[in-house]
Ligand binder design. Structure first.
Ligand code: ARG
Length: 348
């Protein structure tokens, strides 16, 4: 245990949760006497929320205090962990009214091999990549563990769960636990025919939650999507689903000249389609203009609370029309406070 980190965390907790000086003194003494720091559930809840507040790349931080935190540190059986993950998916999905949620598993004992709990497989074929190219390597890992996908562009990968040094176990997520949104356009019926879809909830499961010097390697968390993540990146990137040429054809754009700005026009139509489809299906999503306004409110709230907002400008600006948001026009200090969420080495 790192007493300095613990001290720093507990004193942050004391200040923000209005505990007394005496409380801090006693809590620290108890930790020193025990020779180990096992956060209470209340401390864990606070830590996970502040970790979101400190996430420099995230534009959605206004809602950090609403994070629903599940303390699953005592769940150490692979099958029971799988059930907890299904509960997370259900609670977070909430029939479309998405609830930001994190489930925290035991420190140094549990790993979830997936990048997100729900994500599409990617296959290299002679005819090119089918599905999500970002999943190619992990898809092979799942196959080597005995899983077999259907070979479509939207096969949901199984969950791969590891406890201690035991062999990883593979679990298929039942279809009824997964909400997906078919992508259609409010003015063109042809977009629907492209067969694009995306899942409702992005649940990052590969990052390490760190608080008070403790690492929680398995702590899957989710918010709701900002439309551009799907419409300007996942479905649009040349190295992902590369759908801009197909959209351009539907909208009769001149793809023979770069200067016709067909990519830009196709991007706007695709993003309109994503926002429209999620809205119509009653699945939470935010457009980048609203998200930027909410981030402004976050900046103001932090200022009022006497804290400096840290941020990673390169991530905070949306990939579509960035200069239409206030974020584009000001600098952000990219220093990392803890608690926070960090990248970690993949298990495979
Ligand atoms: N950008 C990632 C994706 O498209 C998801 C990252 C988390 N996003 C979020 N809105 N919480 O799958």
């Amino acid at each position: 245990m790192n007493i300095q980190e613990i001290q720093q965390f507990l004193s942050l907790y004391q200040t923000e949760q209005n505990e007394s000086e005496l409380w801090l003194k006693n809590r620290l003494q108890a930790v020193k006497d025990a020779g180990e720091y096992h956060p209470t559930t209340e401390e864990l809840v606070f830590g996970a929320r502040v970790a979101w507040r400190n996430s420099n790349k995230c534009i959605g931080r206004l809602f950090w205090q609403s994070l629903h935190v599940v303390d699953a540190r005592d769940v150490l059986d692979e099958k029971a962990i799988f059930r907890k993950l299904l509960e997370h998916i259900d609670y977070a999905t909430n029939h479309g009214k998405i609830r930001p949620t994190i489930t925290v598993f035991a420190s140094d004992r549990v790993r979830i091999w997936n990048h997100q709990l729900i994500r599409y497989a990617g296959y290299e074929t002679e005819a090119g990549v089918i599905g999500d190219s970002q999943s190619i390597e992990f898809t092979k890992v799942c196959e080597s563990l005995g899983w077999k996908g259907k070979g479509t562009a939207f096969d949901v990968l199984p969950l791969v769960i590891q406890v201690d040094s035991r062999a990883p176990q593979v679990f298929v997520i039942p279809e009824e636990n997964i909400v997906e949104v078919p992508i259609r356009h409010p003015e063109s019926i042809d977009v629907e025919k492209l067969g694009m879809k995306w899942y409702a909830v992005p649940i990052i499961s590969s990052m390490r939650f760190q608080m008070a010097g403790i690492d929680f390697q398995a702590a899957p968390f989710n918010g709701w999507y900002m439309g551009t993540e799907i419409g300007a990146r996942n479905l649009a990137d040349h190295e992902r689903y590369n759908m801009l040429p197909a959209i351009a054809e539907i909208f009769n754009l001149d793809t023979t000249k770069q200067a016709s700005l067909w990519r830009d026009r196709a991007l706007v139509e695709l993003n309109i389609a994503v926002l429209h489809s999620f809205k119509e299906d009653g699945v939470s999503i935010v457009d980048h203009h609203t998200a930027a306004q909410q981030f402004k409110l976050f900046e103001e709230a932090e200022k009022t609370a006497g804290r400096e907002v840290t941020g990673n400008w390169t991530w905070l600006i949306p990939p579509l029309s960035p200069a239409t948001t206030h974020i584009f026009h000001k600098p952000y200090v990219n220093i990392y406070h803890t608690p926070n969420y960090f990248y970690q080495k993949p298990c495979y």
